[in-house]
Design a protein around this ligand. Structure first.
Ligand SMILES: [Zn+2]
Length: 334
């Protein structure tokens, strides 16, 4: 067992079932942090009712982590000798900064990875990325009575937002990605001005832009810069800057990648029917692994209530996932 502490108190734990050599290595990845428990009546009861385990993190995603561990234990108990290594990575901090997986990709080398975020045992081949961008309009502060001196940055921001809403509509009308749909954006946070009797000198909007596989940060920023440039050309008092400040790339893996095909065969064997190939909209650690050159796919348990007041995982799906992961490891690392 190996432990890594990417930040004080934030621990990732990696278990390794060593292979005999010469095979592909596989990481079973699950984050061990959860979101907070505000609003939950029984966050830590772990109650089991009607085949469901209740509590914060049961579905997102300790159910899947239990399945990863059970898969590795089953292989060890059965004395199965694979050529490649099987790693169980319980990673820190996916919910906020993805410190755990970001750190691990520099320390642990594997050929393939299964991120076990919940998918109801279907196979997720793509998810969206996102980009945070701040746009700041600048005006000129002046006393509220001095219309001849003041330049109202909030009004300028209004002009920008009107154009941004046209881009927002246009994005949703673009050709959608077959698994994750079209890109989108929203004007998430807005601030401007310092007092009622003062012309606002500065106004800011923070925009979240959701990207689809194939889109780049540079393209998404250029679309917003183009709005600013056009407004500046039309109005000599329009001044604005565009600043991207956080990016998470979208994720996509080819359906014929060896890790996907091994997982396809395993699901068929365990469930007796082929898994659906799906996309999902939230961002996951899969994008970090894939970008680091690890062929990655997402498959996890069934349940409901990620980040919600009532959360449970379906126990049967935990058992099935363990079987699927063990079969995939035999196929992929054999
Ligand atoms: Zn999660």
């Amino acid at each position: 067992m190996e432990t890594y502490e990417p930040a004080p108190g934030r621990m990732s734990v990696v278990g390794r079932l060593s292979g005999t050599g010469g095979g592909r290595s596989l990481m079973l990845n699950a984050h061990c942090d959860t979101v907070d428990v505000q609003g939950m009546a029984e966050p830590f009861s772990g109650a089991v009712r009607d085949g469901k385990v209740y509590g914060r993190g049961s579905y997102d995603m300790k159910g899947s982590l239990a399945a990863c561990m059970a898969a590795a234990k089953a292989l060890a108990d059965a004395g199965v000798r694979l050529r490649g290594d099987v790693l169980v990575a319980a990673v820190a901090d996916e919910e906020y900064g993805s410190l755990g997986t970001s750190d691990l990709i520099n320390r642990v080398k594997v050929e393939g990875a299964i991120v076990t975020e919940p998918t109801a045992l279907e196979i997720c081949l793509a998810h969206k990325g996102y980009l945070w961008i701040e746009v700041e309009t600048t005006g000129r502060a002046a006393h509220g009575s001095k219309f001849d001196l003041g330049i109202d940055s909030n009004m300028k921001m209004g002009h920008f937002l009107a154009r941004l809403s046209l881009l927002e509509r246009e994005l949703r009308a673009r050709k959608p990605h077959p698994l994750v749909g079209p890109p989108s954006l929203h004007a998430a946070m807005l601030s401007g001005g310092t007092g009622l009797s003062t012309y606002a000198a500065c106004s800011k909007v923070q925009i979240e832009r959701r990207t689809i596989p194939g889109e780049t940060e540079a393209q998404a920023v250029a679309e917003i810069q183009a709005i600013v440039d056009k407004l500046a050309a039309e109005d000599r008092d329009f001044h604005a800057s565009v600043r991207p400040f956080f990016v998470r790339d979208p994720f996509e893996v080819a359906p014929d990648a060896p890790i996907v095909q091994a997982l396809d065969r395993a699901v068929y064997k365990v469930r007796g029917k082929p898994a659906a190939h799906i996309g999902d909209t939230p961002w996951m650690d899969a994008a970090l692994l894939q970008a680091a050159g690890v062929e990655t796919v997402v498959c996890g348990t069934a349940g409901v209530g990620a980040h919600a007041d009532v959360e449970w995982v379906d126990l049967e799906s935990v058992v099935k996932l363990a079987e699927i992961l063990a079969e995939t490891a035999v196929d992929y690392c054999g």
